[in-house]
Design a protein around this ligand. Structure first.
Ligand SMILES: *Cc1c(COP(=O)(O)O)cnc(C)c1O
Length: 601
């Protein structure tokens, strides 16, 4: 049966099947120039046991990578399984006709190449058609070759990876497809170790990776072949985590960083230039406000904070042509404000800029911002994702949908890069451009890389994320209700209460609960708040959230201390407000500790 790669759900299985069955590939438009993508895709496929036949009238009779080049498909004297097209879309119909005539079973149009008539013709002729994809990138994703970056293959497996993709005949080639968060949290990104069979992902505690020969080294350095070079750019333990985090968001891929703040820098750096501007919510984590409005000024990046519940204000702020990104938190830390993600996405996309959502507080278990139009999703994995208060980390997930060449000026992604032989990231890697740029340029040059041990701890933590989040939500609901009915408590800002102004948005965007980080205020002001915090004996007084332990902090005297009075007012941090992060202890003990502390004020 003919298949076309627009059926997102079984796309990866479909492509795995093609890559396992099509062994002889004619490459139309193959180039002798080692800097051209066709040349290095050919080289990669040869290395992975495919026979590649170059087709190029300009080089007919000559050899490209030790293979005789033909002028046309019809001149090839043996059977061709698949035709891979490196020619502009307008030529694809003719090439597809030729491919059908010589009996090829698959036509594969390269990244950025798509011809509707050719697709229709292929379908009629009962052959497989793939477009806008690269066989090298798909192969490295599916074969589990531990590559440069964590791309989400959408397939999981308990079988050891092999450089050859196994035929799907053996029960789906050893692959399982799952969309269930409980399964992905345990399996995504972590097939058994290819070298040892170790079922748990090893901590690749190394700074560098050997080259097979000088040619391999050159291919890696030129980004012509995916692979590890040096630990500042990538590491297999971290790649495994990147794949898992991306899978939980149903994203294209992810890049991890040393902390949540490093992830914010990582997400913004590819998009920003000196003189450009971020429009962000005025209700952000205090550290993010400082990073955006003070530290990023040193890069000559400007930041404008707006009240994102006022969509007109957002709309007018993004009109400024220097704006490159709209940034908000799905569930804001610490007040629990909930963002109308779909409306922001619409405004951002109309202006030609991406929407970046910090999803740290909600996690994928409550909210998948990509479903509502977010383009990039940020995490401080330090919080719920690792979940045990023992590993710093951050991640940026790319949904892979933003057209970098069509929005405002994203020249780091769309112009030749002088540090990599003038390759154009968007032309060479298509939707993978952003994540590849994060590794190959941002981590390489700014160096805020996650440690392999922290990646391992975070992978382990993630296995129980769905379970933990459900218990966090259950405890939070009970504690919020206890506080609400306490006479010394003024207000509890938990979105689960019907009267909470964010309740309706929470119902639209969240599942499984309303957050376990919220604030409340006491009737006795600053003094009372401090006394209460100091009299908690089970709940820990510290500046973190999303731990198994319950945590308490007084923002006005800690996390939000560096803000100006005006900024504090904008983020509504008044003196008597206390932030709680409800942990996984018995709710009876959490309530008893709060009750005891409240009795002292
Ligand atoms: C903690 C936090 C950050 C910063 O993350 P670090 O890992 O501490 O660098 C960013 N955003 C939110 C919402 C956070 O809670």
């Amino acid at each position: 049966m003919s298949k076309i790669n627009n059926l997102k759900d079984d796309e990866d299985l479909f492509i795995a099947d093609i890559l396992s069955k099509n062994k002889t590939i004619a490459m139309v438009g193959a180039s002798k120039n080692w800097k051209r993508p066709s040349n290095f895709v050919m080289k990669y496929l040869q290395k992975h046991a495919y026979k590649v036949v170059p087709i190029n009238p300009g080089n007919a009779g000559q050899y490209i990578l030790n293979e005789l080049c033909y002028a046309s498909l019809e001149e090839v004297p043996f059977k061709i399984d698949m035709v891979n097209i490196f020619r502009p879309s307008k030529f694809c119909l003719l090439i597809t006709k030729d491919a059908i005539r010589i009996g090829a079973k698959t036509v594969w149009m390269q990244l950025g190449i798509k011809n509707e008539e050719a697709i229709r013709l292929g379908k009629k002729a009962n052959i497989n058609v793939i477009y806008d994809k690269c066989p090298k990138m798909e192969h490295s994703k599916l074969s589990g070759t531990l590559g440069l970056a964590g791309f989400n293959s959408n397939l999981i497996s308990s079988k050891r990876p092999n450089i050859k993709i196994p035929p799907l005949a053996s029960r789906n080639g050893g692959f399982v497809k799952s969309n269930e968060l409980e399964t992905l949290a345990i399996h995504a990104g972590t097939r058994p170790d290819p070298a040892t069979g170790s079922r748990s992902v090893p901590i690749y505690q190394t700074t560098s990776f050997i080259f097979d020969d000088t040619d391999h080294a050159a291919s890696l350095f030129n980004l012509q072949e995916p692979g590890n070079i040096y630990g500042r750019l990538s590491n297999p333990t971290i790649s495994a985590l990147e794949q898992r985090i991306a899978a939980l968001d149903n994203g294209l891929g992810a890049c991890c960083a040393a902390s949540g703040h490093a992830a914010q820098m990582l997400a913004l750096f590819p998009l920003m230039e000196p003189g450009t501007k971020i429009v962000a919510s005025s209700k952000l984590y205090g550290g993010s406000i400082t990073q955006f409005t003070k530290t990023f000024k040193n890069f000559s990046w400007d930041a404008e904070l707006v009240d994102i519940s006022d969509l007109n204000a957002v709309q007018s702020a993004v009109q400024d042509n220097s704006v490159r990104v709209l940034f908000a938190e799905s569930l804001a830390n610490p007040d629990g404000n909930i963002t109308d993600i779909s409306s922001l996405a619409e405004i951002a996309h109309e202006a030609g800029i991406p929407l970046v959502i910090d999803n740290t507080m909600a996690t994928q278990i409550l909210c998948q911002p990509g479903k509502f139009g977010a383009d990039l999703i940020i995490y401080s994995t330090t919080k719920f994702l690792s979940g045990h208060g023992n590993a710093m980390g951050g991640a940026v997930v790319d949904m892979g949908k933003f057209p970098w060449d069509k929005g405002r000026d994203y020249s780091k992604l769309t112009l030749p890069n002088s540090s990599y032989n003038e390759i154009n990231f968007y032309e060479s890697f298509g939707s993978h451009a952003f994540i590849n740029y994060c590794h190959a340029c941002v981590l390489r040059d700014l160096g805020a890389t996650m440690a392999p041990l922290n990646a391992y701890l975070t992978l382990t933590g993630l296995e129980t994320l769905p379970l933990r989040m459900k218990q966090h939500m259950k405890n939070a609901k009970i504690v919020a209700n206890f506080l609400k009915s306490h006479p010394k408590v003024n207000h509890v800002s938990w979105a689960g209460f019907k009267e909470n102004i964010y309740h309706e948005l929470a119902k639209k965007y969240f599942k499984n609960g309303f957050g376990s980080v919220f604030t409340f205020s006491v009737t006795s002001g600053y003094e009372g708040a401090i006394k209460l915090v100091e009299n908690c004996n089970l709940i820990s007084h510290l500046a973190n959230v999303g731990d198994t332990r319950s945590l308490i902090v007084h923002p006005a005297s800690t996390t939000h201390r560096q803000l100006t009075i005006e900024q504090k007012e904008k983020s509504e941090i008044s003196d008597s407000i206390i932030r709680l992060s409800i942990g996984l202890e018995s709710y009876k003990d959490i309530i008893s500790d709060l009750d005891g502390a409240l009795s002292t004020i």
